[in-house]
Design a protein around this ligand. Structure first.
Ligand code: SF4
Length: 235
């Protein structure tokens, strides 16, 4: 019986950088693009489910309120190496306006109210502004379960653009060599769903975070000077 020669094995394309990781620990982002699993506890799973339901309601309301809105809009850019979906995009007379929707616990909501957007949410919005060349964008933050809402507007910011680009380039470099970078120990490790790959035990994690609670990425995070509180989703 003739033996069929096998063709060359198809090379898997490297996973592109997901926008939601724009403000994350470098090691976490590299684990993600290399396909490492996560350990999500039941409480976080429940919060994620609730967040997904609220996303859908928010998007339906946006479609009803804005004739020029689209939801789940793909964003893919080869030069940045980024691929993802924006929650919503609204065409305005000035150009495209991106809308990112988040839900948070009451505790986090009060922090956002006091000190401004969570860094990761802000970085994701800035990534959309830079990669999608938007004229502006909104971050809509709802409290679970009350539905209380905060809206922030942002404009493209070259300093954030450069920071995000530098971080993504670092992720891509590690992805190519399939090596994990060093840990960026900070308070974020306490809620990280890949922490078991970084610490020998919960006690070890707690001790190291206590010694080094602040996140000190390279390059340092730019200031979030340009956010504005708003009443409406689009200005
Ligand atoms: S545990 Fe900390 S250092 Fe490790 S991936 Fe998570 S955030 Fe980064």
């Amino acid at each position: 019986m003739p033996v069929k020669e096998k063709g060359p094995a198809k090379k898997r394309e490297p996973r592109r950088f997901p926008p939601s990781l724009a403000g994350s620990c470098l090691r976490y982002a590299v684990m993600d693009v290399l396909g490492f699993g996560r350990l999500i506890d039941p409480e976080s799973q429940q919060a994620m489910r609730e967040g997904t339901d609220r996303h859908k309601v928010f998007q339906q309301q946006l479609l009803a309120d804005y004739a020029m809105a689209r939801v789940e809009v793909p964003l893919r850019d080869e030069s940045w190496g980024v691929s993802g979906r924006m929650d919503a995009l609204i065409e305005t007379p000035r150009g495209p306006w991106v809308v990112e929707y988040k839900t948070v616990s009451e505790e986090r909501f009060r922090l956002v109210e006091e000190s401004g957007p969570i860094l990761g949410h802000w970085a994701q919005l800035q990534l959309y502004l830079a990669v999608g060349r938007m004229v502006g964008g909104s971050l809509v933050v709802d409290q679970r379960p009350s539905g209380e809402r905060l809206i922030f507007h942002a404009e493209p910011d070259p300093v954030w653009d450069a920071w995000i680009r530098a971080r993504i380039n670092q992720v891509k470099a590690f992805q190519t060599t399939r090596k994990l970078p060093s840990r960026e120990v900070s308070r974020a490790c306490l809620s990280c769903d890949r922490w078991q790959r970084c610490f020998a035990s919960e006690a070890d994690r707690q001790n190291q975070v206590s010694d080094h609670p602040l996140w000190e990425p390279e390059p340092p995070v730019p200031a979030r000077a340009a956010f504005q509180r708003a009443e409406e989703i689009v200005s």
